[in-house]
Design a binder for this molecule. Structure first.
Ligand SMILES: Cc1cc2nc3c(=O)[nH]c(=O)nc-3n(C[C@H](O)[C@H](O)[C@H](O)COP(=O)(O)OP(=O)(O)OC[C@H]3O[C@@H](n4cnc5c(N)ncnc54)[C@H](O)[C@@H]3O)c2cc1C
Length: 454
């Protein structure tokens, strides 16, 4: 039963990157916009993020970074990225270009993403936009012709019905839903840590697919990073400080003491590989050279200085330091890994690295093949933290939600992590997806009610 009815031109479901962008763009096009946000405040994972909005410079660069992403959606992403940055600046956001990189264009939301959120929110409010927090949208409403008519949201005062001819789903993916993670990523994936806003539990995906929307490609892949394993619990506002970016310089062993991935492919790729290992756990192993150069980080660009090893150990993650690899393997054994396997694998790995043959190992190590030879030696138990899901609702380049026959569902749009398949297996920016497809969704949604003239 609904208790109250609210009407507007465009309903935006979720107030993170995609939602705020979509709301502002629809408002700029003359639409009356309501944003419905499940949490107590807007911001979502955007507010927890590193705040670097980045994108591949060209379609070819994007294809290199994400070879299995959807080419049509990828082309739209690249085409609208720089105009999106200019548009955000026009709204008053401070976006500082970071030192140039050949294949990526990178901007930092200075001084931090929280201020960026506040800037967007103030702009939206000054234009007459409404934000309703603690409104968890739970179902879509359709008219007799099958077009969107609004949504129903759970609020502290009961169910509340909202009416609009266009709805933009921007609930941020399903990383906060352990059952869905197990369904799509495999048996251990319910144990992963949610490395982002906990409210993104797949609501947009379920509502859309229940209404006939098709799932995208990339349903089995996610973007995440390795974090210290339980019983450590990383504070929700400090994920970056505890992220094991240096796993690409290290060796990862599963609980059987085996390597299972080319660690040099990067921490994002390794975190997906760890998710498929027993108990979704791995030992991150390196020597003192790697510890000094990479496991401790000086901070800067909005990130704090951190010692990922000792701070993780202090949080309770299983960890060992030893003066020989034999001693390290014994310590891993005592902590629940397979010490004999660990020792054999480390010896074989070191032998191959020293001989310049790491790429010929059974699990090849094609780059950054650092030997584990300079004491002390470090082992830290790690598990994947999932930041956002790469699969989701299938959309077209105008962010229209498509049904299983590939036809748009009238009035329904999806953007940000809710819209899947743009990236697949690899990652090439999260905030850029919300920026580009949030604006595209808003253009379509605003045109449902009036001619687009801006
Ligand atoms: C630690 C960390 C670092 C990151 N660093 C970067 C970075 O530097 N660069 C980068 O590009 N990306 C980064 N990301 C990823 C980026 O933050 C996300 O990709 C991006 O925020 C996704 O945008 P979104 O709008 O889809 O989801 P979000 O920004 O998470 O917003 C989704 C919103 O929907 C709300 N919601 C969920 N369900 C409902 C419902 N049923 N009803 C109403 N509201 C709902 C949520 O509460 C949330 O507010 C980082 C993320 C994290 C966590």
């Amino acid at each position: 039963m609904t208790t109250q009815e609210d009407a507007c031109d465009v309903l935006v479901v979720g107030g993170g990157m995609a939602g705020l962008v979509a709301a502002l763009q629809a408002q700029a096009l003359g639409a009356r916009v309501n944003v419905l946000e499940k949490g107590p405040a807007v911001g979502g994972s955007l507010a927890l993020s590193g705040g670097t909005i980045w994108c591949a410079r060209t379609v070819e660069d994007l294809r290199r970074l994400v070879p299995r992403g959807d080419p049509e959606l990828g082309a739209a992403l690249v085409a609208d990225f720089e105009p999106g940055i200019a548009w955000l600046r026009g709204l008053g956001a401070t976006l500082t270009p970071l030192p140039s990189e050949p294949h990526r264009s990178v901007y930092w939301t200075e001084p931090n993403p929280r201020v960026f959120v506040a800037t967007l929110l103030a702009r939206f409010a000054s234009g007459g936009g409404r934000v309703i927090t603690e409104a968890s949208v739970s179902s879509l409403r359709f008219d007799a012709a099958g077009a969107i008519a609004g949504v129903v949201a759970r609020t502290p005062n009961g169910l509340r019905s909202f009416t609009a001819p266009a709805v933009i789903l921007a609930t941020g993916g399903f990383q906060g839903n352990p059952a869905m993670r197990a369904q799509y990523f495999g048996p251990w994936a319910d144990r992963l840590i949610t490395r982002g806003n906990p409210h993104s539990t797949g609501d947009g995906f379920w509502m859309a697919t229940n209404a006939g929307a098709a799932p995208s490609k990339a349903m089995s892949s996610f973007y995440g990073h390795l974090l210290p394993a339980p019983p450590a619990r990383v504070p929700v506002n400090d994920f970056i400080g505890f992220t094991m970016y240096h796993s690409e310089q290290s060796v990862l062993l599963n609980l059987r003491g085996e390597r299972f991935t080319d660690e040099s492919l990067g921490d994002e790729t390794s975190s997906q590989a760890v998710a498929r290992q027993p108990e979704a756990l791995a030992w991150l192993i390196y020597d003192d050279v790697v510890y000094r150069a990479f496991a401790r980080r000086p901070g800067g660009g909005g990130a704090r200085a951190t010692d990922t090893f000792y701070e993780s150990k202090a949080l309770g993650a299983p960890a060992a330091v030893a003066s020989s690899i034999e001693e390290l393997a014994a310590a891993v054994d005592a902590l629940g890994g397979h010490g004999p396997g660990t020792l054999t694998t480390l010896r074989d790995y070191n032998t191959a690295v020293v001989a310049g043959a790491a790429a010929q190992l059974r699990i090849p190590r094609r780059a950054k093949a650092n030997p584990v030879t300079t004491p002390p030696f470090y082992a830290l138990a790690v598990t994947p933290g999932i930041t956002f899901t790469l699969g989701g609702i299938r959309i077209d380049p105008d962010a229209r939600v498509l049904d299983r026959a590939g036809r748009p569902i009238p009035g329904l749009y999806a953007a940000g992590a809710d819209a899947g398949g743009i990236h697949n297996e690899q990652y090439a920016g999260g905030l850029c997806l919300g920026l580009v497809f949030g604006r595209r969704a808003a253009r379509g949604a605003a045109s449902q009610t009036k001619p687009v003239n801006q």
